[in-house]
Design a protein around this ligand. Structure first.
Ligand code: CA
Length: 465
């Protein structure tokens, strides 16, 4: 009898570990569910866990407290479509042809982790905004690369076949503009808002920040409801929950810029079955690292094309602070978010170095809203002029910021002889990384990025019909 039991256990275990998975006798697949929650334009540091005392984000804070908070996380590009393309493919956006550009397409020759998990037996779904905006059909996809679309998380959970793990992408469209003007002042105190020093500290900007917070809070509440559903179903602790936002907040010198307010993202990860909670890890994480991490958590290997590296080892290490010494830097970039303005940047714990490839024209990109309007309307006011120039003026080919003295990246020291050696080293490190990862802006072939088709007008008119 004993021998029979042993054989049965071994047989069941073999079934569980087999790839593709085979299910028998109602045995559960032990691989984790993956719940990926991504806000649209939810930037660092807009959550309680990162020190913002005005915005209320109890769900994010809980996931950070019971899981791991990564304060040094960066999107690959501060623009919806390339940021999301890098998440899905695990590759730097500039390697993805038209996928590097907003409103264009993501060619389906680039494998995405969602398809790989589906092929390995995961039930894969999406709610609201996945990859995009752009035409996934033009890229050769039959559905959004982030997964089959569901109206609600409940509907998706009901569709999960018994015994199968799931991979779900919750892409809330909060806190993308436009906002309801004055909504934030209803239940927040305007005097509590902290305005970062690249913006004028005036009521219009304070209110704009509060209105943004309202949508951050709505995103956080919705994620909280999803976690409750999993908790009730007894599935929460074997679900790898990851919460982040696709690019920085939509304010001047934020989204569509490579500075911290454009590319630095909130990130909390919770998975009690494998990951010790209550930790803050200071390693750099790139959005390209998500796909390899999800794949490794599911027992799969990343493809050799992925420029990202799994941080499952960091998650499972149980350690806090700086864990993996190789995670001491991150590279980000942008081709265009409207105005063509190719730029790349390398960030270390102390420095940010930026290379602007075509700095001839002033950089004017920013989503419309009250803060941007205020800067344009008061551009000639001597108090506002320096901030206007900082946000919308001409930029030099090289920028360098020393975070030990200038945490808001206001003073470009690229021309300061005291920083000549640092600048030279970081410029070389950035160049080497771009060459190694075959950035067409550096090795040639960037014409494809310059001339990527835009499906914006076609998609907008389709939506209106
Ligand atoms: Ca976005």
């Amino acid at each position: 009898m004993k021998k029979w039991n042993f054989t049965l256990i071994t047989f069941s275990l073999a079934l569980l570990l087999a790839t593709p998975p085979v299910f028998a006798g109602g045995k559960r697949d032990e691989r984790p569910n993956i719940l990926f929650c991504i806000g649209d334009d939810w930037g660092w540091p807009s959550c309680g866990a990162l020190g913002d005392n005005v915005v209320r984000t109890p769900t994010f804070d809980r996931v950070a407290r019971e899981g791991v908070l990564f304060p040094h996380t960066y999107c690959a590009a501060p623009s919806c479509s390339p940021s999301r393309a890098s998440i899905l493919t695990g590759q730097m956006f500039y390697r993805l042809e038209e996928g590097a550009i907003i409103w264009s397409k993501l060619p389906n020759k680039f494998p995405v982790y969602t398809d790989m998990l589906e092929a390995a037996g995961y039930h894969v779904g999406l709610m609201r905004k996945g990859w995009g905006p752009g035409s996934y059909e033009a890229g050769g996809w039959k559905r959004n690369p982030a997964g089959a679309s569901y109206k609600s998380f409940t509907e998706f959970l009901q569709s999960v076949p018994k015994g199968k793990p799931f991979c779900f992408w919750f892409g809330t469209t909060d806190p993308h503009r436009p906002y309801e003007l004055g909504s934030g002042a209803r239940d927040h105190r305007i005097e509590d808002v902290r305005v970062p020093p690249m913006l004028p500290d005036v009521p219009a900007v304070r209110n704009d920040i509060l209105d943004y917070y309202v949508e951050v809070e709505r995103a956080d509440r919705e994620i909280g409801e999803m976690l409750k559903l999993l908790e009730v179903a007894g599935q929460l602790d074997n679900t790898l929950v990851l919460i982040t936002g696709d690019n920085g907040w939509p304010f001047p010198r934020g989204k569509a810029n490579l500075y911290d307010y454009g590319t630095r993202q909130p990130l909390a990860v919770r998975w009690p079955a494998r990951v010790k909670g209550g930790r803050v890890v200071d390693d750099f994480i790139s959005f390209c690292d998500f796909a390899p991490t999800f794949l490794e958590a599911a027992g799969l290997k990343p493809t050799s094309d992925m420029t990202g590296r799994s941080f499952l080892g960091v998650l499972a290490s149980g350690k806090a602070g700086r864990v993996d010494p190789k995670r001491d830097r991150v590279v980000v970039g942008l081709e265009r978010h409207g105005q063509p303005y190719p730029m790349r940047s390398i960030r270390t714990h102390q420095f940010r170095y930026i290379r602007n490839f075509k700095p001839e024209e002033p950089y004017r990109v920013c989503d419309d809203g009250p803060s941007k309007a205020y800067l344009f309307e008061h551009a000639d006011d001597p108090k506002v002029k320096p901030l206007f120039e900082l946000c919308f003026g001409k930029r030099p080919a090289e920028e360098l910021y020393d975070h030990s003295k200038d945490p808001h990246e206001l003073r470009n020291v690229a021309g300061d002889p005291a920083y000549a050696a640092v600048k030279k080293r970081l410029a070389a490190d950035l160049e080497n990384y771009l060459r190694e990862t075959k950035d067409p802006r550096v090795i040639g072939g960037a014409e494809m990025l310059d001339h990527a088709p835009s499906f914006r007008d076609a998609l907008k008119s389709k939506k209106k019909k």
